[in-house]
Ligand binder design. Structure first.
Ligand code: HEM
Length: 504
């Protein structure tokens, strides 16, 4: 063989190994962060249930670390999934992927230091002007360090999205083609093999670019206000920017993770996940919907223009439908009579379809103005997002993790250890979310460190649910920690970018 070809092959092998180590690092850090922060969730529930004494200042620090930390962990791990599959179709830079990883760690250290050393407890939403009004609980520097940490994390992700965008443009010419729009509008014949991961990734890149930019603007204005209080930005504008940023970023973690469902269910059923016009339509629609619905968080802000909240309500009704119908129906069809083996991978992927679909219902209920009058700022809100994050997004990540560990092998029967982990997690997560919803339905407010005696029994049941969830999560994390470091890439051939096996 020509020595230059030999060199190229060796280089590709080293690059692929390096890429796979990076993906596993994203997952391992993500799993560890989730485990620790879910334990923090249990502590908060136990404190609200009077089974644990926790000073209110500490409660709000824990709540800030929990909220911000899990969103960060979700961004990290879901990006690992997205990058792994996107890399099978376009040429991505390992260096930038690693750079984002280390920037994330640096940003996370800064935010945790701001919380636990600087006592910042103003929640991950850093709602203006709260960070500047701590009544002596935390310093200006702590509030600034927390927001600077988020800015650092956002910068890393922007860098990574730039690289993904560059690679997609290099292969598909423009973003519209990557989204499948020429096929949607009949300008090109429908190609069922156009990769779902490319469509989904393009959508995620577009919306997250906008959300991180909004986040950066609001953080910089917030930091200026901290040091120069005479600079007073408009509070409603700040809230709009913050909720636009937060809503899009957390939803995009689900859209990035669902790639595991599109890529792995075909693998285990031996069927193709056909991309077609309804699929392109759904992902095109969701680009606008996910960015347009965020005012449903501001329905009780009376200065908000009425049209904005009415549009948000209408969009909220529809926003779940396009992607969910396409994905849920697609998953049912691909599994039906396929002879699929119910390995832990497949069980998690299927659970995720339930969690995502069912979790959207309480979200839509809350996004109706009449209901929002009653449910706003009650535990109904954590109820809906815990539902689709715990039972929708995380199981997608777990399905991918088990796939990499080889547990998802066609012939493998789930080990008892993994089965216990699966059922403990599924039951615990369902209970955790339902107790939040039931508390909200009984008007128990969110973000109260100390609960009235009438509410305590809800928190106590929630604490038991949290114990079961954390136990399941512990087993899942242990599986990841013990198996991932030695796992070989199940898709080695497809990982060679030059040999991408899917025709665009
Ligand atoms: C064992 C699992 C978990 C438990 C027991 C738990 C518990 C809690 C509790 C008690 C709160 C504060 C509720 C309040 O307002 O009074 C909370 C807030 C929150 N949780 Fe969890 N949680 C868990 C897992 C997760 C996961 C996996 C995610 C995301 C992927 C998540 C995201 C959040 C967010 C974003 C908040 C809002 C924080 C804020 O209001 O600033 N949680 N959780």
């Amino acid at each position: 063989m020509d020595s230059s070809i030999q060199e190229k092959i060796e280089y590709s092998i080293v690059e692929n190994r390096n890429a796979f180590i990076a993906v596993k690092s994203y997952l391992i850090i993500g799993l560890l962060l989730f485990l620790v922060l879910m334990f923090a969730g249990f502590l908060m529930r136990a404190a609200q249930g009077t089974w644990l004494e926790m000073n209110a200042d500490i409660f709000y620090q824990v709540m800030t670390a929990h909220g911000g930390g899990v969103v960060g962990a979700a961004m990290l791990a879901s990006t690992g999934v997205q990058w792994y599959f996107l890399r099978q179709h376009v040429r991505l830079s390992n260096k930038i992927f690693w750079a984002n990883f280390f920037i994330f760690i640096a940003g996370a250290i800064l935010t945790f230091a701001a919380i636990f050393k600087g006592q910042y407890g103003g929640a991950w939403t850093f709602l203006y002007p709260l960070p500047a009004m701590s009544v002596g609980v935390w310093s200006i520097n702590a509030a600034a360090a927390f927001q600077a940490g988020l800015l650092v994390i956002g910068t890393g992700f922007l860098l990574l999205y730039l690289d993904m965008g560059r690679a997609i443009l290099a292969r598909y010419g423009n973003l519209a083609r990557a989204l499948g729009l020429p096929q949607l509008f009949g300008l090109e014949p429908v190609n069922y093999k156009h990769p779902a991961s490319v469509v989904t990734s393009t959508m995620v890149i577009i919306v997250n670019f906008a959300s991180i930019a909004a986040g950066a603007i609001v953080i910089i204005m917030g930091i200026i206000n901290l040091y120069f209080p005479e600079f007073k930005p408009d509070a409603l504008l700040m809230k709009n920017l913050i909720y636009f940023f937060g809503h899009v970023v957390i939803n995009a973690t689900i859209y990035a993770s669902v790639i595991a469902v599109y890529e792995l269910l075909p693998h285990y059923t031996g069927r193709l996940w056909k991309t077609n016009r309804p699929f392109y339509f759904a992902w095109f629609a969701i680009v606008f919907m996910v960015m347009g619905v965020y005012p449903h968080h501001l329905m009780m802000d009376f200065p908000m223009p009425s049209w904005a909240v009415i549009v948000a309500q209408a969009l909220s009704f529809g926003s779940g439908i396009p992607v969910l119908v396409v994905t849920g129906y697609g998953a049912l069809m691909i599994v039906y009579r396929s002879g699929i083996r119910w390995t832990t991978t497949n069980k998690f992927l299927f659970l995720s379809m339930f969690g995502w679909a069912a979790g959207v219902i309480p979200a839509i209920l809350d996004a109706m103005i009449e209901n929002n009058l009653v449910l706003h700022n009650t535990l109904w809100v954590p109820g809906h997002f815990h539902f689709y994050l715990l039972l929708g997004m995380l199981p997608m990540l777990f399905g991918f993790t088990y796939h990499l560990t080889g547990e998802g092998d066609h012939t493998a029967a789930p080990r008892l250890f993994d089965s216990i982990g699966f059922y403990a997690y599924a039951i615990g997560a369902f209970m955790t979310s339902m107790v939040f919803l039931a508390s909200g339905a009984h008007s128990v407010p969110r973000r109260w460190a100390v609960h009235f005696p009438e509410w305590v029994s809800f928190a106590q049941v929630g604490t038991i649910a949290a114990v079961i969830t954390v136990f399941g999560m512990l087993l899942i994390t242990l599986r990841g920690l013990f198996s991932l470091p030695w796992a070989r890439d199940p898709n080695q051939a497809a990982l060679l970018p030059d040999q991408a096996n899917v025709v665009s």
